[in-house]
Every structure is written in C-alpha cells, then in structure tokens.
Design a binder for this molecule. Structure first.
Ligand code: AHR
Length: 863
C-alpha cells in the first residue's frame, strides 16, 4: 500500500513536471491543437477531438464549473451553458437557471479551471430566460447576449463588463450566431466546439488528475490501516524542545460557535419548557408551508364544553399578535402544552410559571396551573387570577417527582372567556441562576471547554433565508413579549428568548469574548425565498439604516448607560458594558458584485465609527474555490484584520493538509477558522478517528498560532430527533447531555492553551511519510500560569515510545498531569482519563490516542 502511495505520488509528480515541461516544449506525439467541446451534465464538462466528430471525454466527465444559484438540491442547476472565448482570450460561460426566473448566470475564466464569481443579472423583458447565447463583438468591444422565453420570443442585451447591461430589447430573430453542435459522449450532448492549443486540453486533464489525487488522500481512513501499516512496529519518537525559538501565538485559539440550528436555542440551551409559548408559530416558518405548524402547535384542549381558539385583537404587543382564548361553558377543561418532546422535571426543583392573562367574559377569573406526568399524575399545582386587562401573573411550582414526559395544564375554574399569551414554565435552577437563563447542565458542559470566545447567532441564521429573514438583533432584546419572533431558516421558529442580551450575559458568565456575526447586507446564497441567493441584497437605499443598526449594536454592548442603546442594556439589568471587541461581517457568502458593494460599505463605515472593533471578513464555505479566492482578495484590498474560513472535511483531508497555514502570508489578514469539523463521509458521523484527525490539525493550528487567531468547531449543540446538521459537538435530549469525542478534544485544547509556541526537533524511528503525518506534536507555554503544555496525537495503529528532552526547562516536581483519550477509532463514546506520570521517563503513547501533559514550570535553563 505504502509503495503504491509512493508510486502514485511519483506518477503524479511526473505528470505535473511533464505537463509543465510539455506546456512550453511540445512533445513529438502531441498535436498542436484540437477541438474542445463543452457540454452540460449537471455542470460544465469537456471532451476533445482531432476531427470535431469523434470525442474523448476529459477527466472522465469531470465537472469544471457548477452553478451556485439558489437552494441546494433543487436549484443549483446549469441549464444550456454556452461557452465562448471573449476579450483577450478570456472564456465566458452563460447559462439558464430554471424556467421561472428572469435572470441568467454568467462566469468568466482565464483557463477553464479557475472560474471567477458567478453573477445572476436580472432581465427586464420576457417571461423567463431560456437558452442564452453570447458572442463577443470585437468591433464594439462588447458582448451581445440573446435569449428566448417561454413564449418563444427573443430578446437582446449587451454588456462590456458583466456588471452594467444595456436596456433589454425585443428582437424578431437572434442576432448572435449559435454555433452549438451535437457530440456523442455517452449519448448525444449539445454544446460548443472550439479549436484550442493542445496545452488547454492537457491542463484540463492535469487539473482532473490533481483533483483525483486529493480525493484519494481525503478518502484515507483508519479502517485501511491494517493494510496500510502491515508489519509496522511501535515507533520511537524523540522530542527536543527549542525554547530559544519560541514565538508568540494567539491566546484565543479555542472558541465555540453557537447557532440556533438543531433546536439549539428554543428547546435546547434556552431553558424555557413551553413550546410555542407566544402562539406565533406559522405555516411559513417551515419550507413548503406546513399547515400543522401554526399558532396551536404543541397546544391541545380536549373538551367539547370549552372552545380553544386563537385571536389577535388587542394583543399584548404588535410583535406578538396571537394569543389563546378559552371559551369555557362548563369548567374542567385544561389547555395543555407538552413542551419540546415532553417536559423534563426534577423532584424537589422549582419552576416559575408565568403568563399574560385577561378574562374577556365572566366575573370569576381563577385558573389552576398543573404539572402533570405522562401517567396523568399531578406533580405540582397552583392557583392564579387573571384581570380584565392584560397582566402578567406568576407563581412557583415544585415538582414532587422526576419526569421526562411531563406537561403543563392551565384550567379555568369557572365559566367565561379567558385569554392567555406568553405562557412560560422556567426552571429556577438555570446556569448561574440567571432569569430567562440557560439550561444548567448544557451550559455547564459548554463552559467546561473554557472557550475564549463565542460566535453567535450563526452560521446561516445570521444571514437568513432571503433578506427579510436576516437576523435583526434589535428584535432579540427587551421584554420577552415585545421581542419579534422569526422563522428559523432551519425549519422551525425562533422566539428570540435567547437573544443578544442573554448571549452577551452568557459570554460574560463563562469568561469568553462575544463574536457576533452580522449579515453583510446579503442573505444566504442558498436562500429559498426572495430570489435565489444573494441577488436579493438589501436595497442600497436602505443600507444606511442597516449600518446604523450595527453601530447601535456596538453601543448596546459597550455604550455608556446615558446613550440610547446603553440605556436599554442597563434596563435589562446590565449597566456595565459587555466589552465587545469583535464583529464578523458576513458568513461564508458567495462573493458576488452584490456582496462586494455592501461588504465594502459596511466595513468602511464601521472602521470609521469604531476603529477599536476588530472586523472579521468572510472567505466562503470551502478552503478553496471562487469564494475563498475572492473573499481573500477583498480582505487583502481592504486590509480586513481577520478573515473567517470554513471547511467541513473527511479525516483524510485533515491528516493531509496539516501544512495548510504553514504556507499563509504572515503580512495579510489573520485567520479565524469559524467552522470546521472532520466527519465520516456518508452520514457525517463523528468518532475517535474524526476527533483525532481534528486534534492532529489543531496541533498544526497551534504551530500557526501567529497567523491563526481563533478557531471554533462546527455547531455546538444538537437536539436528538431535531438535528438538521451533522456533525455537532454536543448532542442532547431533554434530560441528558451527550458530548462527542470531538468535544473532549476541544475541551483539552480549551483547558490546556498557551500564548507561546515552543518549536521542537522531532525524530522518529520510521522515516515514512504516511507514518510521520499521523503523529502530531505541539508544545505551548501558558506564560501567565507558568505551565508547559505538551500535546501528542497518535493516529497510528501502533504505540509510540516517546522521550521528551526537557533539559532546557526547570520543572516544579517530578510528576505531571496527563489527560488521555484513546480507544477504537470507530468508537464514539470515549472519555478522557486523567492521571499523573513521571515525564522524565520515556512515555508510551497508545495507538489511536490524544495525550496532553501539563507541566508546572519553575523557569527556563537557557544559556
Ligand atoms: O454549521 C451549519 C451551517 O454550516 C452554518 O449555518 C453555515 O455557516 C455552514 O454552512
């Protein structure tokens, strides 16, 4: 296997060298030129031919360009792509998006391999845009585009730069020559043929081979280790530290990313037990308008003598329009809420019940509130009264038993008409006892990571599904009944109960810096509403107010209590500032013209208004590709101090890309790796193997801690049975918290962090790349607590005998604390074991393990 890998490397190397060579010096048996045929099969593919008749596919039908328009799965279509060579030999491809939209797609490329940003211009005439055709008019130095529509009419527009287009006009016959042909490539395909130098075809082939090589690397899995490492004996590892080469690194490397995805807020970290307490669920919260998802969702009343209806006349607040009305003919019925999959209660613990109530008809106003378990046993009850106008009433219930299937019942004790809204049941034991606080068990598990920062509210929740759904922080603060709930783009409802105040408070409670992420004036490019993707950026005329809202957020966090927004923070119970230092603008956006214009405007305005705030830009959803390149280009042009990169990859990718940041230019933006995770392809499950691949990569991040400032794993928490996204760091249900192995890796990096990196000379007994790249070592020093921290990752199926040369250090005591995770790579329920060891002896690092040594220092012994 090893040999085969080397052979593959050799072959690829030869191919690359050969290609570069051949590019300049044509080989004897190669033609000068050939025909290149571009065609569509779920993306742009190529074939070549000597005679324009007999075709061979390039890269076995590899896709060189895909549409990035609209929703995943249903909308990212490339229909009838049309490829030409335009100004200065630049390739231009335009295509139709679907049969509904008045837009087409355009992208350009210098080499057919790397493509520029896709833009989706709107047209003003025609029912839709079908089969667009383009030609470059050399005389006028402009592109002519024509398209037809569903009525069979033709239209024409012109452009020089694909940014500004001429007024669309109707034409009777196409003015541009459509030179499409049909070619037989596993069946007849329609496309364009171009005569090109042979080097174009060779480079396309080369790009495919590189891609194939990467795919092979990414597919490396521990299940192949028995074969890959057959006969491998335990490895000896000698590590000598080089404190004289120590470098400063970021002290904020480990943070967390909280997004309201997977029921992370309502039904999750936010401790509220009642679901749909505001009666504001709407069918449109969910894709395809789920009619069952409405104001009465999660509520029931089974009694013919009482009518349960929803009203919206004279609501508590215009942001909270709907409320429940019980028309009681004969007392006895109860309005029941089963929470999020039942309510979990603890014996002897107290819960605050509250509701806004008023009686609309009838003279008596008493109602009973009961906690009831799944068997119908009452676990606690209390009596309250409503008034004739909306009034919040409260009481405390103590549960007489544990339950996981409890419900709450509200039962008027007399006839009449009763109205209720904002019906809430809140445990008194929240994290740090905060009112309107967080679930204690979950928050404690999160806090144990000791994250240095918390990113919030997304992810995609930040930029939303269409511009109307962009997260508006002002809707998430103030009295609960006045907050404006919204559709959550992950297919449910956000009460905004866990809003910006609660977020800032949580950060303060766990000693983490807040890192809010604000949309860059554009929604998610995968939006299902408001046009596909970012074409629906906030109108430029409204951008002034949008920017003011961001400036107001800074004032809400940091402003004096006498400022308008600082006052609101004080009214919420926090007169002291929250010390906000970072703001992210954008979330893995598609870098279109629409994005660039808005991002630049926001960035410049924030820089001017708040130079003390560090702004974080965005570089797309992948570690390469158009958005990554273009995002970096903007960051470099504008000198954005930090840039947010994201990548979700296989364990093989993390093993084979540990040098990713070694290559980064130290003079450009610093990096915030805002979302990353290794997961097993096909289901995105995590286990020890994925956690170790992450640990290995994190040792490389520490090594690059001079350029990588911050990193946060994939979504933090996910509720079982309500998970829209895998992988996540912690899974939970109503009564249990289930950290993944990856969680413990994060915790070990969070708990054992440093601010100084100490390089090490490393020598292994086996000089084989596949072996050595599965051994990770990182040594950092925490100069504040005076600790040396050594992290060792072993992703090999054999033990590593490690001898650590610590001669340059003066160690306090002989024994050090060792924390270790080890086991079967496919196991997903492993926990770390903490022990004390003598670090002076050689230490055995088990197969498939991650070990951290924490060593108290007296000092250095440098000459
Ligand atoms: O982490 C889940 C989603 O993944 C985030 O919302 C988005 O930023 C990324 O694509």
């Amino acid at each position: 296997m090893l040999r085969r890998l080397f052979f593959t490397l050799f072959v690829i190397n030869v191919v690359f060298t050969f290609s570069t060579f051949a590019h300049k010096y044509k080989l004897k048996d190669e033609p000068d030129s050939a025909y290149l045929f571009s065609y569509n099969a779920n993306g742009l593919r190529f074939a070549w031919s000597h005679d324009n008749k007999n075709w061979s596919s390039i890269g076995r039908g590899y896709i060189y360009l895909r549409s990035d328009y609209g929703r995943w799965g249903t909308e990212k279509k490339m229909i009838a792509p049309f490829l030409i060579k335009g100004r200065n030999g630049e390739w231009v491809c335009i295509w139709s998006l679907n049969d509904r939209t008045n837009q087409f797609a355009v992208s350009t490329s210098k080499n057919l391999i790397n493509w520029g940003p896709q833009n989706y211009p709107y047209v003003t005439l025609g029912k839709n845009v079908l089969s667009p055709v383009i030609a470059f008019n050399t005389q006028n130095d402009e592109y002519d585009i024509y398209y037809s529509d569903a009525d069979g009419k033709y239209f024409e527009t012109k452009t020089r730069d694909f940014i500004v287009y001429s007024q669309v006009r109707s034409i009777s016959v196409p003015t541009v020559f459509d030179n499409s042909i049909n070619a037989d490539i596993n069946g007849l395909k329609s496309g364009q043929s171009h005569r090109v130098p042979w080097s174009v075809i060779r480079d396309l082939q080369k790009a495919y081979e590189i891609q194939e090589f990467k795919v092979k690397q990414n597919n490396e899995r521990t299940e192949d280790d028995a074969k890959r490492f057959a006969g491998l004996k335990p490895v000896d590892l000698k590590v000598s530290l080089q404190p004289e080469k120590a470098k400063k690194i970021s002290g904020m490397l480990t943070g967390i990313f909280f997004e309201d995805i997977n029921y992370a807020a309502d039904g999750g970290l936010y401790a509220e037990l009642v679901q749909n307490r505001d009666f504001e669920y709407k069918p449109s919260d969910r894709e395809f308008n789920d009619e069952a998802w409405k104001s009465t969702f999660s509520w029931s009343l089974s009694d013919e003598e009482t009518i349960f209806s929803i009203d919206s006349i004279l609501p508590i607040h215009p942001n909270n329009l709907h409320y429940a009305v019980l028309d009681v003919k004969v007392p006895g019925a109860a309005l029941t809420n089963t929470g999020f999959d039942g309510m979990a209660l603890k014996r002897g613990e107290s819960y605050t019940f509250s509701t806004f109530a008023k009686h609309l008809e009838g003279s008596k106003s008493d109602f009973e509130v009961r906690l009831v378990n799944g068997k119908g046993i009452i676990l606690g009850k209390l009596r309250l009264k409503s008034a004739s106008a909306w009034k919040q009433v409260k009481g405390t219930l103590t549960s007489s038993a544990d339950a996981t299937d409890a419900r709450i019942e509200i039962s008027p004790l007399s006839t009449g008409k009763f109205a209720f809204d904002m019906i809430s049941l809140f445990p008194e034991k929240t994290f740090k006892g905060r009112k309107n606080g967080l679930r204690a068990d979950l928050a404690t598990t999160i806090a144990a990571i000791q994250p240095k920062f918390v990113r919030f509210p997304g992810g995609c929740v930040a930029h939303g599904d269409g511009i109307d759904n962009i997260y508006k922080w002002k809707n998430s603060i103030g009295p609960l009944a006045e907050r404006k709930p919204d559709r959550n783009l992950w297919g449910y409802h956000q009460t905004m109960g866990l809003g910006y105040f609660e977020y800032f408070q949580f950060c303060e409670d766990i000693g983490a810096a807040p890192v809010p992420v604000i949309a860059a004036g554009v929604p998610c490019e995968n939006s299902a509403t408001g046009g596909g993707g970012q074409q629906g950026g906030i109108p430029m005329a409204e951008m002034g107010q949008y920017i003011q809202d961001i400036i107001d957020l800074i004032e809400y966090a940091n402003g004096d209590v006498h400022t308008a927004w600082g006052k609101k923070r004080a009214e919420a119970g926090h007169p002291k500032p929250f010390n906000l230092k970072f703001i992210g603008i954008g979330n893995e956006d598609q870098i279109t013209e629409v994005f660039k214009e808005r991002f630049t405007l926001i960035y410049k305005a924030l820089r001017a208004a708040h130079p003390e705030i560090t702004i974080i830009g965005t570089a797309g959803p992948f570690f390469e590709g158009t958005d990554y390149e273009e995002g970096w280009k903007i960051a470099s042009d504008l000198k954005v101090p930090l840039i947010d990169e994201h990548y979700y990859q296989s364990p093989g990718w993390f093993i084979n890309n540990q040098d990713f940041y070694d290559k980064y230019d130290r003079t450009k933006s610093r990096i915030y790796l805002g979302e990353y995770a290794a997961s097993v392809p096909g289901g995105n499950k995590t286990n020890l193997e994925t956690a170790l691949a992450e640990a290995l990569y994190l040792t490389a991040l520490e090594r690059n801690g001079d350029v990588v400032s911050m990193a946060s794993y994939a979504p933090l928490i996910a509720k079982e049975k309500h998970t829209q996204w895998n992988p996540d760091l912690i899974y939970f249900n109503n009564s249990e918290v289930k950290p993944t192995v990856g969680y413990f890796v994060q915790k070990m990096f969070g708990n054992y962090s440093g601010d100084q990196y100490i390089p090490a000379k490393v020598k292994t007994s086996v000089e084989q790349e596949p072996v050595n790249k599965r051994i990770g070592i990182s040594v950092v020093e925490d100069t504040k607590s005076n600790h040396l921290i050594i992290k060792l990752v072993n992703l090999l199926p054999v033990e590593i005998n490690t001898s650590l040369n610590l001669d340059n250090f003066s160690i306090a005591g002989e024994t050090v604390v060792k924390t270790e995770i080890t086991g079967n790579p496919s196991d997903n329920s492993i926990k770390p074991i903490v022990s004390e060891v003598n670090i002076r002896n050689s230490v055995k690092i088990p197969a498939y393990s991650f070990t951290v040594f924490k060593i108290k220092l007296k000092g250095y012994k440098l000459n």
